[in-house]
Design a protein around this ligand. Sequence first.
Ligand SMILES: NC(=O)c1ccc[n+]([C@@H]2O[C@H](COP(=O)([O-])OP(=O)(O)OC[C@H]3O[C@@H](n4cnc5c(N)ncnc54)[C@H](OP(=O)(O)O)[C@@H]3O)[C@@H](O)[C@H]2O)c1
Length: 262
Amino acid sequence: MDLGLKGKVALVLASSKGLGKAIALKYAEEGTNVMLASRNEVGLKETAEELTRQTGVEIGYCVCDLKIVEDIRSLVTETVARFGKIDVLINNSGGPPAGGFDAFGDEDWQHAFELNLLSYVRAIREVLPYMRKQQQGRIINITSSSIKQPIDNLILSNTFRTGIIGLAKSLSQELANDGILINTVGPGRISTERTAELDEIKAQKLALSSDQVKAQAESNIPLGRYGEPEEFAKTVVFLGSGANTYITGQMILVDGGMTKAF
Ligand SMILES: NC(=O)c1ccc[n+]([C@@H]2O[C@H](COP(=O)([O-])OP(=O)(O)OC[C@H]3O[C@@H](n4cnc5c(N)ncnc54)[C@H](OP(=O)(O)O)[C@@H]3O)[C@@H](O)[C@H]2O)c1
């Protein structure tokens, strides 16, 4: 199947490592120019060089703190200045801290709102004029399996990720006439630093080893293991490609069957 991605431009947020990096690599493998973004310049530079070495495709990077509106604005401006357009926006961000209701005050709620919901709104707002002008675009929001089933001890994720669903469903109605398709993809347990970190937190809480916590989690996944970032990235890249012509406003989990909600 031709994904129609050769010569396209993808802006992938939070992409110095983890899921964002895996998505950036998959786009580059399809001949798509990619702009990477995160806070850590050294990590970005290393990732950009690694992906260029692997694919031969031009990869740009831009330091951007997704909590800062001016950073998002200049990221989008720089992407267009360098590559001439934006065909795909991958909205992604760092995860909010683990904890239940009693663990967080206003500052934590505000922080998670800005990072895990408002940054998505802002990035979409900035890319829309370019996508509307070319009357086509793909927007994919990376969230969590908490969009379908709340996760214990992750109340900030459970609250703000579901906001993305309302946002994306509304936008799918508003943007269809401009040829812009928007979808949301939720990872279950995909092996990245974030998953390892959450397993470690749980292990300390339960006085177990992180291997025991991982084994316990895997026993609740019908496919019996954590997913690989590449497996997650493949779904994202299909939805955010020219091969996807009729899916918009949907939420899809890549979770090995872990979530039992319809
Ligand atoms: N992996 C999973 O199984 C899983 C499951 C459910 C949900 N998720 C969610 O999916 C998202 C990505 O997960 P991951 O596993 O790839 O996490 P990760 O390995 O921790 O990577 C997070 C990325 O976000 C960037 N980032 C963090 N804060 C940022 C900020 N303020 N501005 C710009 N970039 C920022 C980091 O780069 P810098 O440090 O360089 O800024 C890094 O590139 C997270 O929101 C996570 O909670 C993941």
